[in-house]
Design a protein around this ligand. Structure first.
Ligand code: NAI
Length: 336
Protein backbone atom coordinates (compact mmCIF):
# COMPACT_ATOMS: atom_id res chain seq x y z
CA UNK A 1 0.00 0.00 0.00
CA UNK A 2 1.15 3.56 -0.66
CA UNK A 3 1.91 5.95 2.20
CA UNK A 4 -0.78 8.56 2.73
CA UNK A 5 -0.26 12.02 4.17
CA UNK A 6 -3.13 14.09 5.46
CA UNK A 7 -1.14 17.14 6.52
CA UNK A 8 2.14 18.96 5.93
CA UNK A 9 4.09 21.93 7.25
CA UNK A 10 3.39 24.82 4.89
CA UNK A 11 5.46 27.15 7.11
CA UNK A 12 8.55 25.63 5.44
CA UNK A 13 7.77 27.62 2.30
CA UNK A 14 5.98 30.65 3.73
CA UNK A 15 8.86 33.07 3.30
CA UNK A 16 9.63 31.92 -0.23
CA UNK A 17 8.57 33.46 -3.54
CA UNK A 18 6.43 31.09 -5.60
CA UNK A 19 6.72 31.74 -9.34
CA UNK A 20 3.70 30.26 -11.04
CA UNK A 21 4.74 29.60 -14.62
CA UNK A 22 1.41 29.67 -16.42
CA UNK A 23 -2.00 30.95 -15.38
CA UNK A 24 -4.33 28.40 -17.02
CA UNK A 25 -6.45 25.64 -15.44
CA UNK A 26 -4.07 24.70 -12.65
CA UNK A 27 -1.87 27.82 -12.53
CA UNK A 28 -4.72 30.24 -11.86
CA UNK A 29 -6.39 28.00 -9.26
CA UNK A 30 -3.16 27.27 -7.39
CA UNK A 31 -1.97 30.90 -7.51
CA UNK A 32 -5.28 32.13 -6.06
CA UNK A 33 -5.26 29.48 -3.33
CA UNK A 34 -1.65 30.29 -2.40
CA UNK A 35 -2.35 34.00 -2.26
CA UNK A 36 -5.46 33.50 -0.11
CA UNK A 37 -3.28 31.44 2.25
CA UNK A 38 -0.86 34.36 2.61
CA UNK A 39 1.91 33.02 0.36
CA UNK A 40 3.96 35.23 -1.89
CA UNK A 41 3.06 34.43 -5.53
CA UNK A 42 4.17 35.99 -8.80
CA UNK A 43 3.20 34.81 -12.26
CA UNK A 44 5.54 34.08 -15.16
CA UNK A 45 3.72 34.14 -18.47
CA UNK A 46 4.06 34.90 -22.15
CA UNK A 47 2.08 37.95 -23.29
CA UNK A 48 -1.23 36.30 -24.10
CA UNK A 49 -4.77 36.41 -22.72
CA UNK A 50 -3.72 34.37 -19.66
CA UNK A 51 -1.27 37.11 -18.67
CA UNK A 52 -4.17 39.58 -18.92
CA UNK A 53 -6.30 37.37 -16.66
CA UNK A 54 -3.51 37.16 -14.09
CA UNK A 55 -3.16 40.96 -14.05
CA UNK A 56 -6.94 41.34 -13.76
CA UNK A 57 -6.75 39.17 -10.65
CA UNK A 58 -4.12 41.48 -9.21
CA UNK A 59 -0.99 39.36 -9.76
CA UNK A 60 2.33 40.78 -10.90
CA UNK A 61 3.21 39.12 -14.20
CA UNK A 62 6.80 38.80 -15.39
CA UNK A 63 8.27 37.30 -18.54
CA UNK A 64 9.05 33.64 -17.73
CA UNK A 65 12.88 34.07 -17.48
CA UNK A 66 12.43 36.95 -15.02
CA UNK A 67 9.89 35.01 -12.94
CA UNK A 68 12.30 32.08 -12.71
CA UNK A 69 15.08 34.39 -11.47
CA UNK A 70 12.78 35.93 -8.84
CA UNK A 71 11.24 32.70 -7.58
CA UNK A 72 12.46 30.31 -4.91
CA UNK A 73 9.78 27.81 -5.99
CA UNK A 74 9.14 27.43 -9.71
CA UNK A 75 5.81 25.78 -10.53
CA UNK A 76 5.44 24.28 -14.01
CA UNK A 77 1.80 25.13 -14.78
CA UNK A 78 1.96 25.19 -18.58
CA UNK A 79 0.85 22.34 -20.89
CA UNK A 80 3.06 19.26 -20.83
CA UNK A 81 3.78 19.38 -24.56
CA UNK A 82 5.18 22.93 -24.49
CA UNK A 83 7.23 22.46 -21.32
CA UNK A 84 10.44 21.03 -22.88
CA UNK A 85 10.85 23.99 -25.22
CA UNK A 86 10.05 26.58 -22.54
CA UNK A 87 12.30 24.77 -20.06
CA UNK A 88 15.29 24.81 -22.41
CA UNK A 89 14.83 28.42 -23.48
CA UNK A 90 13.45 30.27 -20.48
CA UNK A 91 13.73 28.17 -17.36
CA UNK A 92 16.95 26.11 -17.22
CA UNK A 93 19.27 29.07 -17.99
CA UNK A 94 17.73 31.07 -15.13
CA UNK A 95 17.74 28.43 -12.40
CA UNK A 96 20.26 28.69 -9.60
CA UNK A 97 21.31 26.13 -7.00
CA UNK A 98 18.84 25.44 -4.21
CA UNK A 99 15.64 26.41 -6.04
CA UNK A 100 12.65 24.10 -5.84
CA UNK A 101 10.94 23.07 -9.07
CA UNK A 102 7.38 21.76 -8.75
CA UNK A 103 5.90 19.71 -11.58
CA UNK A 104 2.15 19.13 -11.64
CA UNK A 105 2.54 15.92 -13.65
CA UNK A 106 5.29 13.33 -14.02
CA UNK A 107 5.32 13.34 -17.83
CA UNK A 108 8.36 15.34 -18.93
CA UNK A 109 10.74 14.23 -16.22
CA UNK A 110 9.74 10.57 -16.48
CA UNK A 111 10.30 10.51 -20.25
CA UNK A 112 13.52 12.53 -19.98
CA UNK A 113 12.17 15.38 -22.14
CA UNK A 114 13.25 17.63 -19.27
CA UNK A 115 16.46 16.86 -17.40
CA UNK A 116 16.70 19.19 -14.41
CA UNK A 117 20.15 19.98 -13.00
CA UNK A 118 21.30 18.08 -9.90
CA UNK A 119 21.51 21.17 -7.71
CA UNK A 120 17.79 21.93 -7.45
CA UNK A 121 15.00 20.05 -5.68
CA UNK A 122 12.56 18.54 -8.16
CA UNK A 123 9.20 17.52 -6.77
CA UNK A 124 5.83 16.54 -8.18
CA UNK A 125 2.50 17.59 -6.73
CA UNK A 126 -0.05 16.25 -9.21
CA UNK A 127 -3.66 17.10 -8.37
CA UNK A 128 -6.25 14.42 -9.06
CA UNK A 129 -8.60 17.31 -9.68
CA UNK A 130 -9.31 19.75 -12.50
CA UNK A 131 -8.27 23.36 -11.92
CA UNK A 132 -11.81 24.53 -11.25
CA UNK A 133 -12.10 21.89 -8.53
CA UNK A 134 -8.77 22.96 -7.01
CA UNK A 135 -10.21 26.44 -6.54
CA UNK A 136 -13.80 25.48 -5.63
CA UNK A 137 -12.69 22.99 -2.97
CA UNK A 138 -10.37 25.58 -1.47
CA UNK A 139 -13.09 28.19 -1.29
CA UNK A 140 -15.49 25.73 0.35
CA UNK A 141 -12.89 24.62 2.91
CA UNK A 142 -12.23 21.18 1.45
CA UNK A 143 -9.04 19.47 0.28
CA UNK A 144 -8.44 17.20 -2.70
CA UNK A 145 -6.12 14.29 -3.55
CA UNK A 146 -2.64 14.80 -4.97
CA UNK A 147 0.07 12.34 -5.98
CA UNK A 148 3.47 13.47 -4.75
CA UNK A 149 6.93 12.42 -5.87
CA UNK A 150 10.57 13.48 -5.77
CA UNK A 151 13.00 13.30 -8.69
CA UNK A 152 15.90 15.27 -7.12
CA UNK A 153 16.42 15.60 -3.39
CA UNK A 154 19.23 18.18 -3.42
CA UNK A 155 18.33 19.79 -0.10
CA UNK A 156 17.40 16.53 1.61
CA UNK A 157 14.03 18.18 2.33
CA UNK A 158 12.32 17.59 -1.03
CA UNK A 159 9.56 15.34 0.40
CA UNK A 160 8.83 17.94 3.08
CA UNK A 161 8.63 20.60 0.38
CA UNK A 162 6.20 18.45 -1.66
CA UNK A 163 3.99 18.16 1.43
CA UNK A 164 4.41 21.85 2.28
CA UNK A 165 3.33 22.84 -1.25
CA UNK A 166 0.40 20.38 -1.12
CA UNK A 167 -0.73 22.03 2.11
CA UNK A 168 -0.18 25.55 0.77
CA UNK A 169 -2.42 25.01 -2.27
CA UNK A 170 -5.11 23.56 0.00
CA UNK A 171 -4.84 19.92 -1.05
CA UNK A 172 -4.08 18.53 2.42
CA UNK A 173 -4.82 19.57 5.98
CA UNK A 174 -8.50 19.82 5.09
CA UNK A 175 -11.36 17.32 4.89
CA UNK A 176 -11.24 15.25 1.71
CA UNK A 177 -7.55 15.94 1.17
CA UNK A 178 -4.76 13.41 0.89
CA UNK A 179 -1.25 13.27 -0.57
CA UNK A 180 -0.33 9.84 -1.87
CA UNK A 181 3.38 8.99 -1.93
CA UNK A 182 4.03 8.16 -5.58
CA UNK A 183 6.61 8.79 -8.30
CA UNK A 184 6.93 10.64 -11.59
CA UNK A 185 6.68 7.24 -13.33
CA UNK A 186 3.59 6.05 -11.48
CA UNK A 187 1.77 9.35 -12.02
CA UNK A 188 2.51 9.27 -15.74
CA UNK A 189 1.39 5.68 -16.16
CA UNK A 190 -1.84 6.03 -14.20
CA UNK A 191 -2.78 9.35 -15.78
CA UNK A 192 -2.23 8.25 -19.37
CA UNK A 193 -3.73 4.82 -18.68
CA UNK A 194 -7.14 6.31 -17.93
CA UNK A 195 -6.99 8.51 -21.02
CA UNK A 196 -5.96 5.64 -23.31
CA UNK A 197 -8.28 2.95 -21.99
CA UNK A 198 -11.61 3.41 -20.24
CA UNK A 199 -11.78 7.21 -20.63
CA UNK A 200 -11.61 7.21 -24.41
CA UNK A 201 -13.54 3.94 -24.64
CA UNK A 202 -16.40 5.41 -22.61
CA UNK A 203 -16.86 8.32 -25.03
CA UNK A 204 -16.82 6.11 -28.11
CA UNK A 205 -19.07 3.48 -26.49
CA UNK A 206 -21.65 6.14 -25.65
CA UNK A 207 -21.47 7.52 -29.20
CA UNK A 208 -21.92 4.03 -30.63
CA UNK A 209 -24.77 3.41 -28.19
CA UNK A 210 -26.44 6.51 -29.63
CA UNK A 211 -26.10 5.19 -33.19
CA UNK A 212 -27.56 1.82 -32.19
CA UNK A 213 -30.60 3.35 -30.47
CA UNK A 214 -31.28 5.64 -33.46
CA UNK A 215 -31.04 2.67 -35.86
CA UNK A 216 -33.70 1.04 -33.71
CA UNK A 217 -36.17 3.88 -34.05
CA UNK A 218 -35.45 5.76 -30.82
CA UNK A 219 -35.64 9.56 -31.17
CA UNK A 220 -32.35 11.50 -30.96
CA UNK A 221 -33.70 13.34 -27.91
CA UNK A 222 -34.66 10.22 -25.98
CA UNK A 223 -31.42 8.46 -26.94
CA UNK A 224 -29.14 11.28 -25.94
CA UNK A 225 -30.93 12.05 -22.69
CA UNK A 226 -30.76 8.38 -21.75
CA UNK A 227 -27.09 8.03 -22.58
CA UNK A 228 -25.47 11.20 -21.26
CA UNK A 229 -27.34 14.49 -21.65
CA UNK A 230 -29.61 14.13 -18.60
CA UNK A 231 -26.82 14.34 -16.03
CA UNK A 232 -27.60 10.88 -14.61
CA UNK A 233 -23.99 9.97 -15.38
CA UNK A 234 -22.85 12.75 -13.07
CA UNK A 235 -25.03 11.41 -10.26
CA UNK A 236 -23.60 7.91 -10.80
CA UNK A 237 -20.03 9.25 -10.83
CA UNK A 238 -20.72 11.08 -7.56
CA UNK A 239 -22.17 7.93 -5.99
CA UNK A 240 -19.08 5.97 -7.13
CA UNK A 241 -16.84 8.48 -5.35
CA UNK A 242 -18.94 8.47 -2.21
CA UNK A 243 -19.93 4.82 -1.95
CA UNK A 244 -17.67 2.77 -4.24
CA UNK A 245 -17.57 1.46 -7.79
CA UNK A 246 -19.98 -1.43 -7.27
CA UNK A 247 -21.56 -0.40 -3.96
CA UNK A 248 -23.32 2.49 -5.73
CA UNK A 249 -25.12 -0.06 -7.90
CA UNK A 250 -27.36 -0.79 -4.90
CA UNK A 251 -28.91 2.61 -5.52
CA UNK A 252 -30.24 1.42 -8.92
CA UNK A 253 -33.41 -0.62 -9.42
CA UNK A 254 -32.91 -4.38 -9.10
CA UNK A 255 -33.67 -4.68 -12.83
CA UNK A 256 -30.82 -2.27 -13.50
CA UNK A 257 -28.49 -4.08 -11.08
CA UNK A 258 -29.19 -7.43 -12.77
CA UNK A 259 -28.66 -5.90 -16.23
CA UNK A 260 -25.35 -4.33 -15.22
CA UNK A 261 -24.02 -7.51 -13.62
CA UNK A 262 -25.02 -9.84 -16.47
CA UNK A 263 -24.16 -7.64 -19.47
CA UNK A 264 -21.30 -5.50 -18.15
CA UNK A 265 -18.62 -8.20 -18.08
CA UNK A 266 -19.38 -9.22 -21.69
CA UNK A 267 -17.66 -6.04 -22.90
CA UNK A 268 -14.43 -6.87 -21.10
CA UNK A 269 -13.32 -9.35 -23.75
CA UNK A 270 -9.89 -10.97 -24.00
CA UNK A 271 -9.09 -8.44 -26.72
CA UNK A 272 -9.97 -5.56 -24.40
CA UNK A 273 -7.79 -7.05 -21.64
CA UNK A 274 -4.95 -7.39 -24.14
CA UNK A 275 -5.40 -3.79 -25.27
CA UNK A 276 -5.26 -2.49 -21.69
CA UNK A 277 -1.98 -4.27 -21.07
CA UNK A 278 -0.64 -3.05 -24.42
CA UNK A 279 -1.60 0.51 -23.37
CA UNK A 280 0.54 0.22 -20.23
CA UNK A 281 3.46 -1.13 -22.27
CA UNK A 282 3.27 1.73 -24.80
CA UNK A 283 3.03 4.31 -22.03
CA UNK A 284 5.88 2.86 -19.98
CA UNK A 285 8.34 2.40 -22.84
CA UNK A 286 7.64 5.88 -24.27
CA UNK A 287 5.99 4.76 -27.55
CA UNK A 288 3.00 7.03 -26.95
CA UNK A 289 5.13 9.96 -25.74
CA UNK A 290 7.30 9.80 -28.89
CA UNK A 291 4.20 9.61 -31.11
CA UNK A 292 2.67 12.67 -29.38
CA UNK A 293 5.95 14.63 -29.59
CA UNK A 294 6.20 13.84 -33.32
CA UNK A 295 2.57 14.83 -33.84
CA UNK A 296 3.28 18.22 -32.27
CA UNK A 297 6.43 18.69 -34.39
CA UNK A 298 4.46 17.97 -37.57
CA UNK A 299 1.71 20.48 -36.70
CA UNK A 300 -0.92 18.08 -35.29
CA UNK A 301 -2.03 16.37 -38.57
CA UNK A 302 -3.59 13.26 -36.98
CA UNK A 303 -5.06 15.19 -34.06
CA UNK A 304 -6.79 17.62 -36.43
CA UNK A 305 -8.05 14.83 -38.71
CA UNK A 306 -9.54 12.91 -35.78
CA UNK A 307 -11.28 16.06 -34.52
CA UNK A 308 -12.68 16.65 -38.05
CA UNK A 309 -14.08 13.12 -38.08
CA UNK A 310 -15.77 13.65 -34.73
CA UNK A 311 -17.24 16.98 -35.85
CA UNK A 312 -18.65 15.41 -39.01
CA UNK A 313 -20.30 12.54 -37.11
CA UNK A 314 -24.05 12.35 -36.70
CA UNK A 315 -23.80 12.32 -32.93
CA UNK A 316 -21.94 15.66 -32.95
CA UNK A 317 -24.52 17.31 -35.24
CA UNK A 318 -27.54 15.97 -33.36
CA UNK A 319 -26.03 16.84 -30.03
CA UNK A 320 -25.48 20.43 -31.10
CA UNK A 321 -29.17 20.77 -31.99
CA UNK A 322 -30.38 19.09 -28.81
CA UNK A 323 -28.12 21.05 -26.48
CA UNK A 324 -29.21 24.34 -28.06
CA UNK A 325 -32.85 23.29 -27.72
CA UNK A 326 -32.16 22.56 -24.05
CA UNK A 327 -30.72 26.04 -23.68
CA UNK A 328 -26.99 25.34 -23.49
CA UNK A 329 -24.33 26.64 -25.88
CA UNK A 330 -24.03 23.32 -27.68
CA UNK A 331 -20.86 22.14 -29.32
CA UNK A 332 -19.85 25.69 -30.19
CA UNK A 333 -17.90 25.73 -26.90
CA UNK A 334 -15.51 23.11 -28.33
CA UNK A 335 -14.74 24.90 -31.60
CA UNK A 336 -11.38 26.65 -31.41
P1 NAI B 1 -3.20 25.06 -19.46
O1 NAI B 1 -3.44 24.54 -20.83
O2 NAI B 1 -4.36 25.62 -18.74
O3 NAI B 1 -2.02 26.14 -19.55
C1 NAI B 1 -2.24 27.43 -19.98
C2 NAI B 1 -1.02 28.27 -19.64
O4 NAI B 1 0.08 27.83 -20.43
C3 NAI B 1 -1.23 29.74 -19.92
O5 NAI B 1 -0.69 30.51 -18.88
C4 NAI B 1 -0.46 29.97 -21.21
O6 NAI B 1 0.03 31.28 -21.31
C5 NAI B 1 0.66 28.96 -21.06
N1 NAI B 1 1.22 28.55 -22.35
C6 NAI B 1 0.58 27.90 -23.35
N2 NAI B 1 1.41 27.72 -24.40
C7 NAI B 1 2.60 28.26 -24.04
C8 NAI B 1 3.85 28.39 -24.69
N3 NAI B 1 4.06 27.92 -25.93
N4 NAI B 1 4.86 29.01 -24.02
C9 NAI B 1 4.68 29.47 -22.76
N5 NAI B 1 3.51 29.39 -22.10
C10 NAI B 1 2.49 28.78 -22.73
O7 NAI B 1 -2.44 23.96 -18.58
P2 NAI B 1 -3.03 23.05 -17.42
O8 NAI B 1 -4.16 22.23 -17.93
O9 NAI B 1 -3.24 23.89 -16.21
O10 NAI B 1 -1.79 22.06 -17.19
C11 NAI B 1 -0.62 22.52 -16.53
C12 NAI B 1 0.07 21.34 -15.85
O11 NAI B 1 -0.83 20.80 -14.86
C13 NAI B 1 0.40 20.17 -16.78
O12 NAI B 1 1.59 19.59 -16.35
C14 NAI B 1 -0.75 19.21 -16.56
O13 NAI B 1 -0.42 17.85 -16.83
C15 NAI B 1 -0.98 19.41 -15.07
N6 NAI B 1 -2.30 19.00 -14.60
C16 NAI B 1 -3.41 19.55 -15.17
C17 NAI B 1 -4.68 19.21 -14.70
C18 NAI B 1 -5.90 19.88 -15.26
O14 NAI B 1 -6.94 19.79 -14.63
N7 NAI B 1 -5.86 20.58 -16.38
C19 NAI B 1 -4.86 18.23 -13.62
C20 NAI B 1 -3.61 17.79 -13.02
C21 NAI B 1 -2.40 18.16 -13.53
Amino acid sequence: MARLYFDGNAELIRGKVVSMIGFGNQGSAQALNLRDGGFNVVVGNIEDEYAGRARDQGFTVYPIPEAVKRGDIIVMAIPDEVQPEVWARDIAPNLSPGKIVVFLSGYNVYYGFIKPPRDVDVVMVAPRMIGEGVRDNFVSGRGFPVLIGVANNYSGKAWDYALAYSKAIGAIGRPGGVAVESSFEEETITDLFSEHTWGGALLFLLAEGYNVLIENGVSPEAAMLELWASGELVAIAKAIVERGLFAQLRGHSTTSQYGHLTWGPKYVTDEVKRLMREAVRQIRDGTFAREWALERMLGYPVFNRLWDEVMRSRVWQDEDRLYRALGSVGNASAIK
